[in-house]
Design a protein around this ligand. Structure first.
Ligand code: LMR
Length: 331
């Protein structure tokens, strides 16, 4: 090799080394909801903090609205390393073999966010996140969404009103039992398919916090929305463990601090987002809002208590009892 080609080889090496050093670590963050929801906004906020605090060494690409993957596929993609971060609803961990997370789906188990936070921010919450490691995943945080409303094309006020109604649910056996306990017919379906299924009558109704109902325009294809607050829907932020533990320590620390601050942001905006969404649904006049009397709500609770009894074994009596102790749930 003459001097000239030696020099250009050296130059090429220098360039490729610097371009390797400059290439950011990419975190693909896939989710299924709209950007203007608590989870959608939190994902964007995390991107901002993570990119700032790592000074561009990390690039977070957020893919909302099931753009990249639907519910089931996103879990597989995370395990395979095709995406690095997700925040699935806590009602979607059963198919992974982590049935304990379905404790969050038990109807009427939380009266309010304060009770919920005692669980997510306490030892039970930490114990549940630890279980993710058996699946090659890690749980970084819990993000709030909110308490669910029930919607249909007929008014759902009494337990009898549910009879024969086909209701879309997430992939949780507890939600399946909840719907059956009131005589409805549950149907598991990916979130991205719900609007069309409601529109075409494949299902009659569904449940979700107002933020999801409104941003997916479900209220435009549902005649009635019952403010029941019968159950809670929230998220766990997941990463692929191998990816996360393989990050340089300073980068991981910057991402952990970004996640901590994002979690505060997410949980601070969730209630207002849901209040605003419900106000918009009311304002639209597309569906009639039903408010339950305390007696009607108590009748739902009595009927749905069956979902607790039927799932003690599935979730694990120890976990359920620990949560009862924290929330004071009484059948
Ligand atoms: C649903 O599938 O109904 C929701 O859990 C979607 C979400 O992630 O909020």
């Amino acid at each position: 090799m003459n001097m000239k080609s030696l020099l250009s080889a050296a130059l090429l090496l220098t360039f490729s080394a610097s371009s390797v050093m400059a290439a950011p670590i990419v975190i693909k963050f896939s989710h299924v909801v709209a950007v203007n929801t608590p989870k959608g906004q939190a994902a964007e906020y995390f991107k901002k903090l993570a990119e700032e605090r790592t000074k561009g060494a990390v690039k977070v690409e957020v893919y909302p609205n099931s753009q990249l993957y639907k519910d089931k596929e996103e879990m597989e993609a995370l395990q395979m390393g095709s995406v690095q971060m997700l925040a699935p609803s806590l009602a979607k961990f059963g198919p992974l073999g982590l049935k304990e997370f379905e404790v969050f789906d038990l109807p009427f188990i939380f009266d309010d966010r304060a009770e919920l936070h005692k669980v997510t921010q306490g030892p039970v919450g930490a114990k549940l996140l630890k279980k993710l490691e058996t699946k090659g995943l890690m749980g970084l945080a819990y993000w709030d969404n909110g308490f669910k409303v029930m919607s249909a094309n007929k008014p759902l006020k009494t337990v009898d009103d549910f009879k024969g109604q086909k209701m879309r649910i997430q992939s949780s056996k507890v939600l399946d039992a909840q719907m059956r306990s009131v005589g409805a017919i549950p149907q598991v379906m990916a979130f991205s398919e719900v609007y069309q299924a409601l529109q075409t009558g494949v299902v009659d109704g569904t449940e979700n916090p107002p933020s999801n109902l409104y941003t997916q325009k479900m209220h435009e294809v549902q005649k009635y929305v019952t403010i029941s607050r019968h159950g809670y829907l929230g998220y766990a932020v997941l990463v692929n463990k191998k990816f996360w533990m393989g990050l340089p320590a300073d980068i991981r620390a910057a991402l952990e601090s970004s996640m901590k601050d994002t979690t505060k942001f997410a949980n601070d905006i969730a209630q207002k987002d849901n209040d605003d969404a419900l106000a918009e649904v009311k304002k639209s006049g597309k569906s009639q809002i039903i408010t339950l009397t305390p007696q009607e709500r108590a009748a739902w609770k009595r009927a749905m208590d069956k979902a607790h009894k039927d799932n003690m074994g599935r979730i694990g009596a120890d976990i359920v009892n620990e949560v009862y102790k924290v929330t004071g749930y009484k059948p």
